[in-house]
Design a protein around this ligand. Structure first.
Ligand code: AN7
Length: 299
């Protein structure tokens, strides 16, 4: 932010950190849920989008562009509308859930559907940005990371200190990089960060993290080398089980990708006194069809 940066806000941030007492954890293990689905468009993306769009306005941009599995798109469309900019969203055919597409369409943003994967959509978005003179608001835009790191600062404030373990879904890796940066800058460099990716990145039913190649992979590895922690892979059945237990056991309805955070940590194996934060990145209403899609494992 500089004195000439406009404020563009829909009321993002300050999300609840809820104690989860009913998930099966070892005795004396504290589990907390950072409920990012409570943000204005229903996902953590709003934290960084508020800043990225404000900086685009400051730079005199007319339009913003992103490639997305859905949540970045919903957020970019809303914040662009709020700021009076045009938004262009590129997505893979069959990628984003219908709820996320509805969030984009209602703003009048331009949707560009391409045949291929998220990786192809990202390449197309970069070309489009160049051609149209639009600002890319994917997490490769450093303002996105700066905005998203506020979640780490909030957790430190809400817990009165650092968690021992922070688990979060790992798609492109921007959020992992943002948390690591936030904790480092808050003076807490060391904790176990667990980025959880889908075992089959290209085909997972958790559409938000259906990203074949994480654009931030090298930075994620650097961040883990500094902070501690390691990448974990989980199957769709493990995601489904975690997703169901968050709703049934805690009353928290998140989207399937968010449940990867829980699926990636064996809470029953942790030492007494361990404090774990699971970042639930998106709201369950983002993807209500998941109820039909995610069958009970073994059924
Ligand atoms: C609910 O919207 O990439 O590791 O285009 O929507 O920072 O990519 C979404 C990613 C986790 C992964 N949880 O975060 C997009 C997009 C949810 C998400 C992730 C996403 P990153």
């Amino acid at each position: 932010m500089s004195p000439s940066t406009p404020i563009v806000t829909l009321g993002e941030g300050s999300t609840p950190l809820l104690r989860a007492a009913r998930l099966s954890a070892a005795p004396g293990v504290e589990v907390w849920l950072k409920c990012e689905g409570v943000n204005p468009t229903g996902s953590f993306k709003d934290r960084g989008m508020a800043l990225a769009v404000a900086k685009a306005v400051e730079a005199g941009a007319r339009a913003v562009v992103c490639a997305s599995t859905g949540n970045t798109a919903a957020s970019a469309a809303a914040y662009a509308a709020r700021a009076g900019l045009e938004a262009i969203v590129v997505h893979a055919a069959g990628g984003p859930s219908s709820s996320k597409l509805a969030q984009v369409r209602v703003t009048g943003a331009r949707l560009v559907e391409i045949e291929g994967t998220f990786d192809d959509a990202f390449a197309a978005a970069e070309e489009l940005a160049e051609r149209e003179g639009a600002v890319v608001v994917n997490s490769t835009n450093p303002d996105r990371i700066e905005g998203q790191k506020t979640a780490a600062l909030e957790i430190v404030e809400q817990l009165g200190g650092l968690p021992d373990v922070l688990a979060l879904p790992y798609g492109g890796g921007g959020n992992t990089v943002a948390y690591a940066k936030g904790f480092l800058e808050a003076g807490f460099p060391a904790l176990e960060i667990v980025p959880v990716e889908a075992a089959d990145r290209a085909a997972t039913t958790a559409s938000a993290i259906r990203i074949p190649t994480p654009v931030h992979r090298a930075e994620v590895e650097d961040a883990l080398a500094r902070s501690g922690g390691a990448i974990v892979s989980v199957t769709d059945d493990e995601i489904a089980m975690a997703w169901r237990s968050l709703a049934r056991g805690e009353g928290v309805f998140c989207e399937p990708a968010s449940a990867a955070a829980l699926a990636g940590v064996d809470l029953s194996s942790l030492a007494e006194g361990t404090r774990v934060v699971l970042v639930l990145t998106g709201h369950g209403l983002k993807d209500p069809d998941a109820l039909d899609r995610l069958r009970e494992p073994g059924s």
